[in-house]
Design a protein around this ligand. Sequence first.
Ligand code: B4P
Length: 181
Amino acid sequence: MRLVLLGPPGAGKGTQAALLSEKLGVPHISTGDLFRANISQGTDLGKEAKSYIDAGNLVPAEVTNRMVEARIAEPDATEGFLLDGYPRSVEQADALKAMLADSGNTLDGVLEFRVDEDTVVARMLARGREDDTEDVIRNRMSVYQSETAPLLEYYAGQVSTIDAVGEVEEINSRALAALGR
Ligand code: B4P
């Protein structure tokens, strides 16, 4: 099963992806986690990504696309994956389409986690990651609206919208139901 998880920053995509990955038996691939691992290991990719992440801007698409292409080519992803936080722009979505076509695959679906802005800001302030300051969060929200929200139109007909306000387990049940599980 090849799925894309969409939703604003702090919508709980990472939280839900971890649960879904276990239940569906496919790897959880989070571009945010991959960037943070590169930053903590001090790799060239991490050095390049850090300033964008600290400001709440998107890391350039060519860097991100290359990283994802390498990750989905790994053996654990041949039968499927959950993409969390990727694609985040139409340019990235076009790149993903080309990557999948190269391997003779297509997407099986897109889950949109829908939640209001006040809830996500409160969740992220409570989490307190380095890029979770109020200014940076507001910028990430505005980047989401301009760059990522157009993907709902891009994937029209493939999107299942999940109400992402509530308890984690309750939201997980909604996501599984949307997938017919
Ligand atoms: P991400 O790591 O993807 O960060 P996120 O959108 O904030 O997280 P998510 O929606 O997964 O929320 P989470 O489950 O953690 O991106 C960080 C940065 O990396 C971006 O700003 C960008 O710079 C860069 N980046 C990433 N991907 C990129 C790409 N494709 N292209 C370019 N740049 C890219 O949940 C948030 C909090 O809420 C947690 O504390 C969680 O415990 C809590 N929570 C979750 N569900 C809850 C619930 N039901 N109730 C209460 N709290 C809940």
